[in-house]
Every structure is written in structure tokens, then in C-alpha cells.
Design a protein around this ligand. Structure first.
Ligand code: C2E
Ligand code: MG
Ligand code: MG
Length: 633
């Protein structure tokens, strides 16, 4: 009994099945069909060996068992080709679900072959030259195989644009090789090499399309990767039925990485995902470094999760050490709020970048959030246009000296010229956006150039303006080319560097590190001054603050306003201590957000050197500011 080819084919199939079934795979419809295709191939390989055994022992084995073994063998071969055709069809068609008529047409040749196999004549040849089966059933089998092979080839060629080129080539090569083996087998019936074609085709498809390792995530155990997520989403969107995308995001992941390490953060993500998948009854996907997402069919599962006390869950490392985690859980109803992969991922990105109000929050996407996203998308477009097409303007807000009792300076504040399209847009919205979009250097250059031009054209020093405050964003502050660009601009307009005080926010100053120190010391050595902006909103490292050489500290309004509310005693104590400490370090103070006479009096009495706020003036355009300084010099 020569079983060489069959044993090799069976081993190949068994190995593929082992790898396939021991790994997690995505639940695409095509993958489900592939699972059937692989299972039937495995049964086929085994039954082929069994038919050889029954033919070899044809004298002793019952004719019924022999015929049954051959019938099973033929039926599985027909099924394999039928599943291969449906699989390829599934891979390439848009609407995955079959209509009843499509299903009937697809299985018709197979049904015909089954009926023939059940009732048709089957002969056996056993001789010195070898053994094989023949007769009308085998002829029908070959016809049926030809129909499916041809159908598969036509389908993949017709829909070639819907799949990557290499997949089409692999399927075409596999089917052609298989047909070639079939023809050789037909001409030499004793060779019994058909199983080689089956296992080769399996190998081709497994390695190029269905290898589950391609979809398994490398970092979070048990998770599928982003590619798998997008493929699954695509199928759900094309299906058109309601589903939900639920995303768990560890919002303090960067902090956790520094404290417990990257692997522990992935462990925490994996652990949370397992817990959530118990409620959501779905696979989970590692969709962003700090996020895990689920594609959920049933609204009830989402509601159950929202009602549960997941926000009170305690997290710990694999060593059992408790860790403080901040996270947000978001729910997007699809296709209501997003009906394509692009729209869903855009929405997810937006939510990922939106700061949450509390440490652990649940966000159910609503019409209002969609409006906000559309608004922000509009702002992005406007900003991009403004930066490239002279659409920015600089406003000036005067700064009052309490000692000299006059306006000695001003802060330059950028504005988008176009106020008609979307109304006034706060720089607090578009500055972080410009940072994300990589436009901040260009924006910063335009602002600085505008200030230099304005100061030069109007010689504003003559009106007692000693210096101008210019904001430098966190991203700009660590840009190594910043000093050269600023110095170049100043020299082009012939303005000395001591006319500028560059504002860097407290948060940026604390987080920036060495590059900021380098930029600051270069600019300071040329004469530029520095202000720490928004003091009181971040976490100052006090000794660092004393040593980094800020000339001015700008007290944020959040430090000042509470002193004038009821129960303002504690805020007053904090403010007094801050003022005393900063004055003690020999650093000047600008109080921001001064709106009332009461505030002016108290801050002046406490020894604050400079005041800035609506009490004196709102930020003004060049023309109004020029009038203002001319009238107040
Ligand atoms: P900032 O640097 O702290 O600027 C002060 C902000 O407070 C300005 O808001 C100003 O209009 C506002 N303000 C001043 N006095 C009062 C007051 O009495 N009451 C109230 N309620 N607000 C007052 P604006 O112009 O909307 O700017 C917001 C932030 O955007 C700025 O905060 C600054 O961080 C950033 N920014 C503005 N222009 C630029 C720029 O050219 N470059 C960079 N990188 N950032 C800028
Ligand atoms: Mg500022
Ligand atoms: Mg400020």
C-alpha cells in the first residue's frame, strides 16, 4: 500500500489545522467559511487514506463500507471546491451575506454531485498497476470540480480590484496547479495525487490570507490587532445592521509606563479587556497604544456595562501591586453616528485626543459630540488655510505697571482673521490643533514676524512700550531651530532682542527638559527675556522655577479670581504666599485676568508689579492698540 503522497498531504493539513485552531482568529464571514473549508479538507485527507485501505483490502472488507468510504471521499472533495469557491466569492464581494437564490445557485453543482454519488454507479479497479475508482460518479465529480474551479477563477478575475494583487495571484496559481494535478490524475488514474492539490491550495491560502498570527496582537495577550479590527468593522459596516464600537482607553498610560513599565501597562490593558469581554461578549482588538476596542452586536451588552460598576474596579500589576488608573470608556452607535471604517476611526481618534472631565469617565457618543467633531474639522480646515494664506492676525493686550502707573508692555495674541465662517475661535482651541497638525512653527513665525513688522513700522517704543510678550508654544519651545529663526527675524526688522519677552507656559516649562534650557540660555544670552505663563495651572517644580531664569512669572487668573469670591480666605493665603515667594526670588510678577477695581487695588497693595486684564483693555487689533498707546503714553 503506497500512501506517501496521502501521508504528506494529511500531515500538512494537520499542521495547518493545529496552528489555525490553537490561535485566535477574526470572525469574518470569509474566515468562517475558511474554517469549514479547512475542516472538510482534513476529513477528505483522512477518508482518502481510508479508501486506499478499503481498496487494498477489497476482498475482505464489506462492499458497503468500501462504497461508503468512496462516497464520503467524493463528497468531501466536492465540498472542498464548493467552499473554496464560496470563500473566494466572500473575500471579493461587497455585500457578504448571500441572498437565498445566490446560495441555491452556489451549491447546485455540489447537490447534483451528491445525488449522483448517492445513487450512481461506482466501479473499482484493483490491479498490479495500482487501484482507483471510476464510473459515472467519478465523471460527474470531475465535471463538478471543473465548474467550481472555473467559477472561482472567473470570480477572482472579475473582482480583482476588491483585493490585493498578491491574493489574486496566489488563488489563481493555486487553482491552476490544482487543475493541472487533476488532469494528470485523470490521465493516470492510478497515481492518486489529487490530495497534493488540496493540501497545496490549503497551504497557499493559509500562508497568504488566513494565518491567524497576522491578526494576533504582538503586545496585548489575547487581543487581535488593528488590521483585524478594521477588517471586521468593514464587514459590519457593509452589513448595514446596528452595532456598537466600545473603546477602553487608559488615559494615564504614559505615567503608568514610567512607573510600572510598558509590559505591565499591556497586562493591565489585557486584564481589563478580558473583564470587559465577559460583559460585551465579543473579541477585543488593540486599536491604539493605550486602547482596546470591541465590536458589539447587542445594545443590551453595552447597557449592562454602563450599569455595572466597572468604574470602581481596582487594577494591579502582575505582582499584585495596586495601581492608580485613569480611563475612559466610549460607546459609538453604528451606523447611526459613523457608517464607514474611515468615519469610525476618525471618531475614535477624536475621542482619544479629547481630555475627559474626570479620571474615570463613560462617554456615549451623541449628536452633540458629532457636531463638535464637525466644528473642529471645520476649524482644522480654516486653520490650515489661514496659516498658508495670510489668514492670521495679531492682537495686543496692554500690560500696566503698578509702579510706573502706565502701560509699559503688551501681550501679542494670535487671532484667525476669518470670523464669518465659524465665528470667533479661541486660540486655546486652534493652538493645540496647530501643534498636532505640525503647523505651529509656521504659525509662531507669522506671529513673531507680525510683531516685528508692527513694532518697526510704528516705532512703538516712542510711546513708552518697553517690551512685547510673545507666546511660545510647548512644541516650539523645544524646537532647536527656534533661536536662529527668532534672531533672524529680529535682525531683518532691526529690533533688539531685549524688546521681547517670550512666554512659556508653566506646564511646558516643567515638561520640556534640556532642549528648552538650551534654547532659553541661547536666547537669553542674546538679550531676550522670558516669562512663565499661566503660573498656578500646572505643577511647578519650585527649585527648578528658581533656577531656570524666568524674568517674569504670570499668575494665572485661576489663582486670582477665587480670592474675590465668598470664602476667599484660603485662596488669598495661597496668593499672598506665591507673591511673597516670587518677589523673594527677585522675579517680577504679571497678574492675568484682572477685571475689577477691587482686584487692581488688592494686587497693587500686595506688591504685584504688572497687571493685565479686561479692566484695562481687551486684546485689540493693531490699529486700536496704536491709538491706545498714543492716548496713554
Ligand atoms: P495666555 O497666554 O494666558 O493669554 C491670556 C489669555 O487670557 C488671552 O486669551 C486673553 O484674551 C485672556 N484674558 C486677558 N485678560 C482677561 C480677563 O481679564 N478676563 C478673561 N476672562 N480673560 C482674559 P486668548 O487670546 O484667548 O488666548 C488664549 C491662550 O492661547 C493664551 O493664553 C495663549 O496660551 C494661547 N495663545 C494666544 N496667542 C498665542 C500665540 O501667538 N502663540 C501661542 N503659542 N499661543 C498663543
Ligand atoms: Mg500668554
Ligand atoms: Mg496666561
Amino acid at each position: 500500500m503506497n500512501l506517501g503522497v496521502q501521508i504528506v498531504s494529511f500531515s500538512v493539513m494537520l499542521t495547518i489545522a493545529f496552528v489555525y485552531f490553537t490561535n485566535k482568529h477574526i470572525k469574518l464571514l470569509s474566515t468562517r467559511i475558511y474554517t469549514l473549508y479547512l475542516s472538510v479538507s482534513l476529513v477528505y485527507s483522512f477518508t482518502e487514506i481510508f479508501t486506499i485501505y478499503t481498496l487494498y483490502n477489497i476482498d475482505t472488507i464489506s462492499p458497503f463500507v468500501n462504497r461508503l468510504a468512496h462516497q464520503l471521499f467524493i463528497c468531501t472533495l466536492v465540498l472542498i471546491l464548493m467552499f473554496l469557491f464560496i470563500y473566494v466569492d466572500m473575500l471579493t464581494r461587497k455585500q457578504k451575506r448571500y441572498k437565498p437564490i445566490e446560495l441555491i445557485v452556489s451549491i447546485l453543482p455540489a447537490v447534483f454531485a451528491f445525488v449522483m454519488t448517492a445513487f450512481g454507479d461506482l466501479e473499482y479497479h484493483v490491479g498490479d498497476d495500482g487501484m482507483y475508482s471510476y464510473g459515472p460518479v467519478v465523471t460527474v465529480l470531475y465535471c463538478c470540480l471543473c465548474v467550481y474551479a472555473l467559477w472561482t477563477v472567473i470570480t477572482i478575475i472579475r473582482r480583482r480590484r476588491t483585493i490585493p494583487g498578491h491574493i489574486m495571484i496566489i488563488v489563481l496559481c493555486g487553482v491552476s496547479g490544482w487543475v493541472a494535478i487533476g488532469i494528470v490524475q485523470m490521465l493516470n488514474p492510478t497515481w492518486l495525487i489529487e490530495s497534493m492539490g488540496v493540501s497545496l491550495m490549503q497551504l497557499f491560502i493559509f500562508l497568504s490570507i488566513e494565518n491567524p498570527r497576522e491578526y494576533n496582537d504582538a503586545d496585548v495577550i489575547g487581543a487581535l490587532n488593528r488590521h483585524a479590527f478594521e477588517m471586521m468593522l468593514n464587514e459590519r459596516c457593509e452589513n448595514g445592521k446596528e452595532f456598537y464600537v466600545v473603546t477602553f482607553t487608559l488615559t494615564n498610560s504614559e505615567l503608568l509606563k514610567n512607573s510600572v513599565g510598558v509590559n505591565e501597562v499591556y497586562n493591565i490593558l489585557g486584564w481589563s479587556a478580558l473583564k470587559l469581554s465577559g460583559v460585551l461578549r465579543s473579541d477585543f482588538y488593540h486599536t491604539a497604544d493605550n486602547s482596546i476596542s470591541f465590536i458589539v452586536k447587542h445594545k443590551a451588552c453595552c447597557e449592562k456595562l454602563i450599569r455595572s460598576d466597572f468604574d470602581k474596579v481596582e487594577f494591579s500589576t502582575s505582582a499584585g501591586v495596586k495601581v492608580n488608573t485613569s480611563f475612559k470608556l466610549t460607546f459609538i452607535e453604528c451606523p447611526k453616528y459613523a457608517d464607514s471604517v474611515e468615519k469610525i476611526t476618525e471618531l475614535m481618534t477624536h475621542i482619544l485626543h479629547t481630555k475627559s472631565k474626570s479620571e474615570r469617565s463613560i462617554l456615549v457618543v451623541s449628536e452633540a459630540i458629532i457636531d463638535e467633531i464637525n466644528y473642529l474639522a471645520g476649524v482644522e480646515k480654516l486653520l490650515q488655510y489661514a496659516v498658508k494664506n495670510n489668514g492670521l492676525e495679531v492682537y495686543y493686550q496692554p500690560i500696566y505697571s503698578t509702579a510706573k502707573k502706565k502701560f509699559v508692555s503688551a501681550e501679542a495674541l494670535v487671532r484667525l482673521k476669518d470670523k464669518e465662517t465659524l465665528g470667533f475661535i479661541s486660540p486655546e482651541i486652534f493652538i493645540p490643533m496647530a501643534e498636532r497638525m505640525g503647523l505651529i512653527s509656521e504659525l509662531g513665525n507669522t506671529v513673531f514676524e507680525n510683531v516685528c513688522r508692527f513694532a518697526r513700522q510704528n516705532d512703538i517704543k516712542q510711546y513708552g512700550v518697553e517690551y512685547i510678550e510673545v507666546n511660545i508654544s510647548a512644541v516650539q519651545s523645544v524646537d532647536i531651530s527656534l533661536p536662529d529663526r527668532l534672531l533672524d527675524c529680529m535682525s531683518r526688522y532691526g529690533i533688539s532682542s531685549d524688546f521681547f519677552n517670550l512666554e512659556i507656559t508653566e506646564t511646558a516649562a516643567v515638561e520640556a527638559g534640556e532642549l528648552l534650557d538650551l534654547n532659553m540660555s541661547r536666547l537669553k544670552s542674546m538679550g531676550c527675556g522670558f516669562s512663565m505663563d499661566d503660573f498656578g495651572t500646572g505643577y511647578s517644580n519650585l527649585s527648578q522655577m528658581a533656577n531656570t531664569g524666568f524674568d517674569i512669572i504670570k499668575l494665572d487668573k485661576s489663582l486670582i479670581w477665587p480670592c474675590f469670591e465668598d470664602n476667599g480666605d484660603k485662596p488669598k493665603t495661597i496668593l499672598n504666599s506665591c507673591i511673597a515667594m516670587i518677589n523673594g526670588l527677585g522675579i517680577s510678577i504679571v497678574a492675568e485676568g484682572v477685571e475689577t477695581k477691587e482686584q487692581v487695588d488688592l494686587l497693587t497693595e500686595k506688591g504685584v508689579e504688572y497687571l493685565q486684564g479686561y479692566y484695562f483693555s481687551k486684546p485689540m487689533n493693531e490699529h486700536d492698540y496704536l491709538n491706545f498707546v498714543q492716548n496713554n503714553c
